[in-house]
Ligand binder design. Structure first.
Ligand code: SF4
Ligand code: SF4
Length: 85
């Protein structure tokens, strides 16, 4: 399941550099997460790093992107392959 950033985001810039997949980017008004790049940090860390650092706890799981651990690992491996190409 990818994560998402809610309207409570205060644009503090803390989460963006913590994402190992470069899935977080500045949207038109607040930061957003590309669900095609978010692996819940699977492959990199045991916990979602963005959730750990967000001061207003506005990064819940995205119910529209339900994925198994195997799917998240496959996404991680796909992203790694793209990064190396
Ligand atoms: S959970 Fe991990 S991969 Fe997903 S957006 Fe947050 S830091 Fe990036
Ligand atoms: S850490 Fe939280 S409040 Fe700060 S930019 Fe990221 S989502 Fe927004």
């Amino acid at each position: 399941m990818a994560l998402m950033i809610t309207d409570d985001c205060i644009n503090c810039d803390v989460c963006e550099p913590e994402c190992p997949n470069e899935a977080i980017y500045m949207g038109p008004q607040i930061y957003e997460i590309d669900p095609n790049k978010c692996t819940e940090c699977v492959g990199h860390f045991n916990e979602p790093q963005c959730q750990q650092v967000c001061p207003v706890a506005c990064i819940p799981f995205n119910p529209a992107w339900r994925e198994t651990n195997e799917q998240l690992m496959a996404k991680y491996e796909s992203l790694q392959a793209i990064a190396k190409s």
